[in-house]
Every structure is written in C-alpha cells, then in structure tokens.
Design a protein around this ligand. Structure first.
Ligand code: SF4
Length: 339
C-alpha cells in the first residue's frame, strides 16, 4: 500500500490491493482513500446535475440500454428549450455543474452546430458544463470548448483492448483514447471511467487504474454494470467491488475528482464510494422533466430520490458538506488538478 500511496507502483501492486485477504485489510484501503480525500477536499462534495439530452445512438455497445438494436429502450431527443429548462432548474436547486450527456446521435453528426448552440446556452448559467458527446474530432472538441464546455467525458470502459472489443462493438479503441488526448490538448478537463462486472478480471482493472493514472485526466470513475432488458450482455462476477475500486482510484489520483454515481442504486448506491474517497455526486436528475438516466434509465427519478434537495439532505445527515460552485470553478482553474 505504501508504494501505491507514494505513486510508485505497477500492475502487480494494484492486483495485490484488489485482493485484500482480510476485512481489516479492505477497511484500511478504504480508510486511507477517505483520509486522502479529506486532506485535499475536506468533507466537501460537488453535486453534478445530469441532463441526458438524447438517448438515440448509432452504436451497439453490448452493455448499453440505448444501443441502436435495443427495441425496449426509451428514445427521445430533447429540444434546446427543454434542456435549458431542466438545466436552469438544476442550477436553481444548487448543483455545481451541468453534465450534458448523449448517445452518438446521428442527428448531431449532421447538425453539430445545434449541439454547440446548446452548450453555449447552458454555459450561460454560471456553472461549469460537462459534455459527453461520444468520439469527436479535434476541431469539433474545440468548438464545444469555445462554446463554453469546460469538461469532456468519454469512458473507455476498459483499457484491455480484447475486452473493449467485446463491449464497444465495432468502435476503435485508439480513436477513443485519442479523443480524450485531443480534449486535454485543447485545455479541456477530461474524465475517463471503467465499467465493472462486464467480464473483466483483476489484471484488467489494475491495467485500467494504471492507464487512467497516466492519462491527462481531471476526473476518474468506475461504475458497476446494471443488467438491462433487451441487451446481449449479462452481469458477470465483479473482479472488485465499487467501493474498493473507487478507493484505489482515489489513492492513485489524490487531487482529482472521483465520483459516486446515483445511477446505480440511487442514494443507497453512493454510500460505499463515499466511504471510499469519492468527492463528487453525479447523476442528479430532477423529476417532472421526463429525463432518463444511463445505467438506470428510470430508478429514483420521478420519486425525487435523485433530486438536489434529497442529495443535500443525505450529505447533511452524514455531516458532509455541499461545496460551492465557486470552489468548483477554482478547482477547474487549478494547475494541481493533474497531479
Ligand atoms: S454506451 Fe454510448 S455509444 Fe455505446 S450504445 Fe450506449 S449510448 Fe451509444
């Protein structure tokens, strides 16, 4: 563990930590991660509002509810007015960032300037904007940045190319990596992430943790896979649980942002990663806007479990704090972010 905390580690060291022999060993890893989080971010959490602007996608990722071939999936493409209305509501309710997510919707290939215009309007709301537009070329990424997007999110899911080919069918491993590099090159803050329970082993996870450590990222995450109706992939045994891998991401990325996602099991699902060094709560979705999640398309949305108010109350009950948007802007401008 000391080697990993010092940043001087290899895959074999990570594999050992992915396999704690006793409950005490696991507890120590989580506690170390929590202490690192508190050292750099105190008891504060950034809250991310999530607006899924299009569930239409040309791809067929084997793990995804919104894959093109899934006839059971919810499909919509929100108008700019609908997106702005939901975003304004989230900002009024105190979220620190708006995360605009979409499938690789062919409409926006043809009408890319409309996406740029949406980003431009949302970025006038005085919170950082994250965009997850799928693989885009460098000039398109620059257009999104110029429109006001601070963050570019694009998950590799795994950094083992053979497993990647089974998950992101007919999509280039390299182009996905390059899109993140291009975003970092044009000074956007970049997020990568991995999926758990999709056929990976401990070596694959160690490989991903090391790869993400070496990428120019500002936010790193892991997410357990959720089984969906109508898709080919079935949940497989986890090679490491959500909290443990979150802890290892925190330990190996002390100053970066590490999310806990409401998209898995709502508030219940974020308890583990919060105890393991996460400092962001993502996938806050308002009710009454007919918005869908990603891993969980409906869970916790219309009953307000994922509302900003409910998340703030969850933090208060645990003596945790909601960070200010100014603190997030300061973080986004910090030069220490990549270390
Ligand atoms: S993961 Fe993204 S790119 Fe893949 S099918 Fe789903 S929405 Fe499309």
């Amino acid at each position: 563990m000391k080697k990993v905390c010092r940043g001087n580690f290899d895959k074999a060291d990570l594999e050992i930590l992915l396999n704690p022999e006793t409950k005490e060993e696991r507890k120590l890893i989580l506690q170390t991660a929590r202490e690192i989080k508190e050292k750099y971010f105190s008891k504060k959490f950034f809250l991310y509002g999530f607006v899924n602007i299009s569930t239409i996608c040309k791809n067929n990722c084997s793990f995804c509810f919104y894959r093109k071939k899934n006839t059971k999936s919810i499909r919509y493409r929100k108008s700019k007015e609908e997106i702005l209305k939901a975003s304004k509501h989230l900002v009024r309710e105190g979220v620190n960032l708006i995360d605009l997510t979409l499938g690789e919707d062919p409409y926006y290939d043809e009408n890319f300037e409309e996406l740029v215009d949406i980003v431009s309007s949302v970025s006038e709301l005085d919170v950082p904007v994250m965009i997850s537009p799928g693989v885009r070329d460098k000039s398109e990424i620059e257009r999104l940045r110029d429109a006001g997007a601070t963050w570019f999110a694009l998950y590799q899911e795994t950094h083992t190319s053979e497993l990647y080919d089974r998950l992101r069918l007919n999509q280039s491993f390299k182009e996905r990596e390059e899109a993140r590099e291009n975003a970092a090159d044009v000074d956007m803050l970049v997020e990568d992430g991995i999926l758990l329970g999709v056929g990976e082993n401990k070596r694959d996870i160690a490989n991903s943790i090391l790869a993400m450590k070496n990428e120019p990222l500002a936010q790193v995450r892991c997410m357990p896979f959720v089984t969906h109706e109508g898709i080919p992939l079935q949940k497989q045994e986890l090679a490491g649980d959500y909290a443990l891998i979150t802890a290892l991401l925190r330990i190996t990325n002390p100053r970066k942002l590490v999310p806990a996602s409401l998209d898995i099991e709502g508030l219940k699902g974020i308890k583990g990663p919060i105890e393991a060094g996460a400092n962001v709560i993502t996938s806050i979705i308002p009710s009454n806007f007919n918005l869908a999640g990603v891993a969980q398309s409906e869970y916790g949305i219309e009953n307000e479990e994922r509302s900003p108010k409910n998340v703030r109350s969850f933090l208060r009950k645990r003596n945790l704090e909601h960070a200010t948007t100014e603190e997030l802007f300061n973080f986004c401008g910090s030069t220490e972010i990549l270390f």
